[in-house]
Design a protein around this ligand. Sequence first.
Ligand code: F6R
Length: 605
Amino acid sequence: MCGITAYVGTDDAVGGLLTGLANLEYRGYDSAGIAVKNGRGLRVVKREGELERLREALGTERPTGTIGIGHTRWSTHGPPTDENAHPHTDCTGRVAVVHNGIIENYETLREELSATGHEFHSETDTEVVPHLIEAELERHENPESAFRAAVSRLEGSYAIACLVDETEVVYAARQGSPLVLGQAEGRYFLASDVPAFREFTDEVVYLEDGDIVVVRPDGYTVTDCSGVPLARPVETVDWEPEAAGKSGYPHYMLKEIHEQPASLRQTLQGRVESLAGTVTLEEFPPGAFADVEQVQFVAMGTSHHAAMYAASMLSGRGVTANAYMAGEYADSPPPMSADTLVVAVTQSGETADTMNAVRRARDGGARTLAVTNVVGSSVTRECDDSLFIRAGPEIGVAATKTFSSQVATLSLVAERVAEDVTGVASADTRALLDALSDLPGDVQRILDESPAREVAEALYGCDAYFFIGRRAAYPVALEGALKFKEITYEHAEGFAASELKHGPLALVTDETPVFGVLTGEDETKTIGNLKEVQARDAPVIVVAPPSKADKVGFADYVLTIPESHPEVGGILANVQLQLVSYHAADLLGRPIDKPRNLAKSVTVE
Ligand code: F6R
């Protein structure tokens, strides 16, 4: 779970590398480093800690050079220390390497290399790579051949960028970890993700697994491991660089919460024709899912909550559908066949658990569909088909706008699949599409009017926070609790409202606020549950539309959402809960965009 970047140009490489690393910090931020090639060899500067520590170090020992590589780390092998930070070098200091992923056979390689005299200074899996290249440089005159030979020995997942002292080149390889190339006039960039270099160019090449890239100041080549040239199209990214900045908000999370009207518009654009009551899903015309007998969703975290939401929608339309935690699914998959549609829901498209679940599904003969935010991500390469949620880049570690766009996209998938499978359009389709069309405006109203800050001010600092809901509101309760615990570090749990009496009620006191999500048609039972907790002195906060106002008058606080379709109301309720979590974390002074122990893209199991 790291970010890599590389710069090849004719001007100062260090500035471009630092910009890239700053834009990639969401991928990891426990240590950072760069290597730059200049006339006097390779200069490596790396530090444990956030990027600021590297900047400080560069203030006193800033190397000069026009070609370089950089890395921002999230530890997987060895704790965050200066030694374990990347770039790693060989025994001679001729080779420097940055790596994202895991070299699975590193222990074998390390033993082999140690036996021939190579000395290691870190606990990382990565350090075998520069030593392997060093060994291959003794066998191959041409550094490019040595790089290919070394890469062919690696097992596992990797995006690697490498400098070899005597060449004006960056060598790079991709297998199972993301790597994109950006080209601007006279400059080339390599990175784990486009935001790293978006402010310099919008022309990108999405590299594929097995690709080897050789980047020189005057151009680049993409080949396979044996040197056969490969054509990779240059694509133009359709979002502006500001989309990856904070645009005046104090945190990315708040910015991304406020982007939801725009991101939802983008998600739904061209897909919903509410007047005609039709859904248009790019390459999935009516009948595209006619052979499907059951749907299995695989996902983790917030994406899993979106998947639960979608499974509940499909079940409600008469289609057998279940949402699985991808990590569990990968270890013990349920029965499946060629008639099973496995939908991998993943914002990043890189989550290791979800990728493994997709592989299990493919092995089981199922049809696979990726629903993701990241074009060119690993999941899109492994699934039969892909559908993009079009939420734009999300930098805050806590997922916000992508949950809304996932649910909106999945609700359209649910409509299409249900109609194809059951052969009849749902009587409810028009109402759902109307509500989706109104969704961006409804979210805007919440953002303009929400009393979430006052609720957070009144309730932050309690012992624990509980969230309850039924049907589609149940995953919203889970998501509300996940967001709250993730960024406030306070104890928060979500429950199906029906579960409350079967144990959790024992925890309820005047120090445990309970949030009730009321978005369904008949919420009598959940309202009853909320009265039960209130009778035990718990503060009650209700998220509900005005039509339920007379039934929730007993609540201590009401977070109102616009009237909507019950299945769209969950997205609206979730926006209120996002705001409460954000403000509580802000009042507690938490590092909201980088919660401790968490990273945006979880590429290890
Ligand atoms: C929570 C959060 C995580 C992710 C999970 C899956 O705010 O962001 O729970 O949802 O790690 O990530 P993706 O969607 O990238 O597969």
